[in-house]
Design a protein around this ligand. Structure first.
Ligand SMILES: [Zn+2]
Length: 426
């Protein structure tokens, strides 16, 4: 059954608190959440009322749709073009040689062309919809080698999917601003062409002075344009890096409280605890949210400590088959499942936290308002296959139904056909 239009009823939806409710959706928004009655109301048979399509959730868990807070969207599926030397350098030796990986990965940029980038992005966005990811913060390389080809490739695909999902495009100077003279002008041009967020990668610069100048440029531009800022910070195994703190302080100076995101921040995991606490204090004051992606590198932000200290933390897919990670299928349940192991978050309270880091908390990190299953909010929802969160995480399957703005945009069924005599219960 496929709904068309933006009215939909979901019968017998299990919410996070375990209660079973009926959810009414009208004009793309959640209009009512009521205790589920065993004798279901049949709206379609009410006189004078148009038939409203319905999903029989039968007690399955229903959550907000997923938010991917950090993805290098222009780079998806480029690993075969680059070769594995960059991957080995980025992830090896405690990430002390991560910058070499980035340098090796740079070679592909000479061949950047929207003609092949857009189909790759389209493939990643189809996987997003299938897996219930309806909001993405997409980093797109803008530099003097690739020019604006990655940006155009992503903007073209974004237009194709505009009715289904939202993408915040980050103009990202992957090779630096001081190191790559000309990148700042290109980023400013990218913002005029449709990018939403000013990007940065200060730690890639050659000196602390240049790192500070990089952060200052990005925050000043974001303040001038009235946009957000998102940076890839401290992404190597060097605890002397402090660009996360530079970003937090610059946000305060430029009036960007609550409008900044720090991605990766892996070196923070190597800081002494008291330094981690100081950075968390600054992050709270500046409204700086963090995105961790522990599956794409051997180091990670101390997520559990930052959560305990009241910092908003999301998880990101980060990469899909590019120079930094060979897997990825845009499945945020899979990202949460991997993080559960890599960060040792296993209890039921941890599982709830993991779900939050790919739904509501991730939305808060990106400044997306009202992304929660509540009356009046946009009906961006996933109906999962199972009743219990532990099973939803265990299976990390594409949701049974994905609902975007009140419309069913993907359905996935799981079917196993048993061979003759191989099902002992059959
Ligand atoms: Zn990244």
């Amino acid at each position: 059954m496929v709904a068309d239009g933006d009215s939909l009823d979901i019968h017998r939806a299990r919410l996070r608190d375990g209660s079973v409710c009926d959810i009414d959706i009208r004009a793309g928004r959640i209009s009512r959440i009521s205790e589920s009655s065993s004798g279901r109301v049949q709206h379609s048979s009410e006189p004078g009322r148009a038939a409203v399509p319905a999903i029989e959730a039968e007690g399955r868990l229903v959550t907000e749709s997923f938010v991917d807070a950090h993805l290098h969207l222009d780079k998806v599926y480029t690993l075969p073009m680059i070769g594995e030397a960059a991957l080995a350098a980025y992830t090896g030796a405690g990430m002390t040689d991560a910058a070499t990986g980035i340098e090796l990965a740079r070679a592909v940029k000479a061949d950047y062309d929207r003609a092949w980038i857009t189909p790759n992005v389209t493939r990643a966005l189809r996987d997003a919809v299938r897996h219930g990811v309806l909001h993405i913060q997409a980093f797109v390389d803008v530099d003097t080698v690739s020019g604006l080809e990655g940006l155009y490739g992503v903007l073209n695909a974004r237009a194709e999917f505009a009715a289904v999902l939202d993408i915040q495009v980050v103009a990202f100077p992957q090779d630096g601003l001081l190191r790559d003279s000309g990148a700042s002008a290109l980023c400013e041009q990218a913002m005029r062409l449709g990018a939403d967020v000013v990007g940065g990668i200060p730690w890639i610069e050659h000196s602390e002075k240049d790192m500070a100048a990089h952060v200052e440029w990005a925050c000043a531009l974001a303040a001038e344009l009235g946009t957000r800022v998102a940076m890839l910070v401290d992404d190597t195994g060097d605890p002397s890096l402090h660009t996360s703190a530079l970003l937090g302080r610059s946000m305060l100076e430029h009036g960007l409280v609550g409008r900044g995101v720090a991605c990766h921040a892996r070196a923070v995991g190597l800081y002494p605890v008291e330094e981690q606490v100081r950075l968390a204090d600054l992050a709270r004051e500046a409204g700086l949210g963090f995105v961790s992606d522990p599956h794409t590198g051997p180091l990670a932000l101390p997520v559990e400590r930052f959560l305990a200290l009241g910092v908003t933390v999301a998880l990101g897919q980060d990469d899909i088959e590019d120079a930094y990670y060979p897997y990825g299928r845009h499945n945020m349940l899979e990202v949460a499942f991997l993080a559960s192991h890599l960060l040792e978050l296993k209890t039921s309270a941890d599982q709830a936290q993991l779900l939050d880091m790919v739904t509501r908390a991730a939305a808060r990190v990106l400044g997306i308002a009202d992304h929660q299953l509540a009356v009046g909010n946009a009906a961006n929802l996933c109906v999962h296959h199972s009743e219990r969160l532990v099973d939803v995480l265990r299976e990390h399957a594409a949701p049974r139904w994905v609902i975007s703005r009140g419309r069913i945009v993907a359905e996935t069924e799981q079917v196993t056909v048993w061979g003759s005599g191989s099902d002992p219960t059959g």
